[in-house]
Design a protein around this ligand. Structure first.
Ligand code: S3P
Length: 195
């Protein structure tokens, strides 16, 4: 079935929530380009996110994120945009994200995130301290900001990439806004490795 979307879809959420996997699948289904804020920044700076953090620090990286959103706001290209997990923490960025497109928050439980990110060395904010403690702390701080930014909220736990992709398409087509699926600790873990 062919679907036509008339606005950008912007995916937000914690590291490991599946933004890249789902973004790519969504882009393929909708025949739109897939882009990712981290990749844009790495290309512009000619080095990895990890190196940017090491060399210039987090604030420098956050400024690059804001600069990029300002650029994307000017663009007429329709796209699926995946965003770095910390990007919605700035108020200016939250406003820009909502101006750029329909913002979808991909929600995932702490345990799902920890499982997906185990062994990851590319994300500077998760190095050092024990992963579970780090995720727990950051997620508690960030979840309200993700919720406040999103037009639509989708729980990804226990769902396949295809299922989440279809839910996003259905919501875009029905024009439903801010659907926050009830979170329950009873829900099963996602049965597919996404990363
Ligand atoms: C970050 C998330 C990363 C990347 C950087 C910082 C964060 O992106 O932007 O390591 O602060 O949560 P992903 O969410 O795509 O992993």
């Amino acid at each position: 079935m062919k679907y036509k979307i008339n606005q950008n879809i912007v995916l937000i959420g914690f590291m490991g929530a599946g933004k890249t996997c789902i973004g790519r699948r969504l882009a393929r289904r909708l025949k739109l380009p897939f882009e990712d804020t981290d990749s844009f920044i790495e290309k512009k700076e000619q080095c990895s996110i990890r190196q940017i953090f090491e060399t210039h620090g987090e604030e420098y990286f956050r400024d690059l994120e804001t600069e990029l959103l300002l650029e994307l706001k000017k663009s007429n290209q329709l796209r699926i945009l995946s965003t770095g997990g910390g990007l919605p923490m700035r108020e200016q960025n939250r406003l820009l994200l909502r101006e750029i497109g329909h913002v979808v928050y991909l929600q995932a439980y702490k345990d799902t995130i920890i499982q997906r990110l185990a062994g990851d060395t590319s994300r500077p904010l998760l190095q050092g301290e024990e992963l579970a403690i780090k995720v727990d702390k950051l997620l508690a701080i960030r979840a309200p900001f993700y919720e406040a930014t999103a037009h639509t909220i989708i729980s990804t736990d226990g769902k396949t990439i295809d299922e989440v992709t279809q839910i996003i398409i259905d919501r875009m087509i029905s024009g439903e806004e801010v659907e926050n699926e009830n979170l329950s600790s009873e829900r099963t873990q996602s049965e597919f490795p996404w990363n």
